[in-house]
Design a protein around this ligand. Structure first.
Ligand SMILES: Nc1ncnc2c1ncn2[C@@H]1O[C@H](COP(=O)(O)OP(=O)(O)OP(=O)(O)O)[C@@H](O)[C@H]1O
Ligand code: SF4
Ligand SMILES: [Mg+2]
Length: 337
């Protein structure tokens, strides 16, 4: 991989809840290459949104970044003074929050909300902001005549396009989109993803796409980062990660989702059980309680090994991945004994 745009190393983020700490991100490392889409995927609660928000440093009041580095364009976002970080937001890094389509302000027109970003953040005058808003609407496939509409006048899919237009407003280098197509029907999902891909290619953008749905990753992402219980289980090119998964969790996820492209994908096999409590995570491999391939050694922290260049896997049995993949393809492997 050429020099990545973003390099996250040993990131740690926790939430204070009463007297205990929820270790939502607990030593995550991954790279985001320039000019491509990186998918951050994993089950609900595995820490995806926490990573995404840590990258923008817009985190919950009870959250703290307690360790690690986030090197973006030569700067460590973890230690950048707030004033410099604020200057990066929207201009260099734009964030589309989870449920973005419901987070547009209902009392203002969409044009007003775009103008806020363009004028306040981008320093554009009224006329330039109007022209840019029209261009942005055209880019995301909405008639600029609808700029003066209020959010409730748009469908869910269109509101998501508006959220993408907002993110594109100041021509950022990196867009972080948190679950941009969740809650949309499959046809609209495909339209939005196709458009995101088209814009990413045309504008040479780098995108982090956060999703719980591995079929979305398979459909659109060049690179895949699989998270489990606050850690990165496996990362690599999407082709390598999904066609030749080396972590049992990735093998299980692949069996559990239908194919977004609509191809027959056979029987879906869920991974039984639930992720561990991140206020008191187990020692050793966090997937062990659900892993059909767990051995006694899995009670110790697994090493992260490279199964091929740019393809790290955190599993004691990564070198046996080819044999485990064959077993993982059998539904019975996943039925708890
Ligand atoms: N403000 C908060 N206070 C306490 N715990 C939190 C807070 N926000 C998230 N968490 C916890 O941190 C963990 C990671 O949550 P996060 O929202 O990052 O997961 P996620 O992977 O984005 O999940 P989802 O797919 O449901 O969006 C979960 O255990 C969650 O309950
Ligand atoms: S380290 Fe052990 S328990 Fe964890 S995924 Fe690998 S084989 Fe399964
Ligand atoms: Mg989330």
């Amino acid at each position: 991989m050429t020099e990545p745009l973003l390099s996250v190393r040993d990131l740690r983020v926790s939430y204070q809840v009463g007297r205990s700490k929820v270790h939502a991100v607990d030593g995550a490392s991954f790279d985001v290459p320039v000019g491509s889409i990186t998918g951050l995927v994993g089950e609900s609660g595995c820490g995806k949104t926490t990573v995404a928000r840590a990258l923008t440093r817009v985190i919950a009041e009870n959250a703290a970044i307690t360790g690690g580095r986030m090197l973006f364009d030569g700067k460590d976002l973890a230690s950048l003074p707030e004033r410099d970080m604020n200057a990066l937001r929207w201009r260099d890094i734009a964030f589309i929050p989870q449920s973005a389509m419901n987070s547009l302000d209902p009392v203002y027109t969409v044009e007003y909300q775009l103008a806020e970003v363009l004028r306040r953040r981008g320093g554009l005058g009224r006329k330039a902001a109007r022209e840019r808003s029209e261009a942005l609407f055209e880019m995301v496939g909405i008639d600029p005549g609808r700029l003066t509409d209020y959010p409730h006048q748009f469908s869910g899919g269109m509101r998501q396009r508006v959220a993408i237009a907002l993110a594109l407003a100041l021509d950022p280098k990196l867009i972080i989109a948190d679950e941009p197509v969740t809650a949309l029907d499959v046809i609209v999902q495909r339209q939005i993803l196709d458009q995101l891909k088209d814009l990413q290619e045309r504008l040479g953008l780098s995108v982090i796409l956060v999703t719980h749905d591995i079929s979305v990753v398979a459909y659109i992402c060049d690179r895949t980062v699989v998270m489990y219980a606050g850690k990165v289980a496996e990362a690599g090119s999407t082709v390598a990660t999904l066609n030749r998964p080396s972590h049992p969790y990735t093998m299980g996820l692949r069996n559990a989702f239908p194919d977004l492209a609509g191809a027959a994908s056979g029987v879906l096999t869920p991974i039984e059980g639930a992720p561990p409590n991140l206020a008191d995570p187990p020692l050793g491999c966090r997937f062990a309680a659900r892993c059909p391939f767990a051995l006694p050694v899995c009670a110790t922290e697994p090493p992260t090994v490279l199964v091929e260049p740019d393809h790290p896997v955190a599993c004691h049995r990564a070198d046996e991945a080819a044999a485990l993949r064959i077993q993982a393809a059998n539904t019975e492997t996943w039925v708890a004994s």
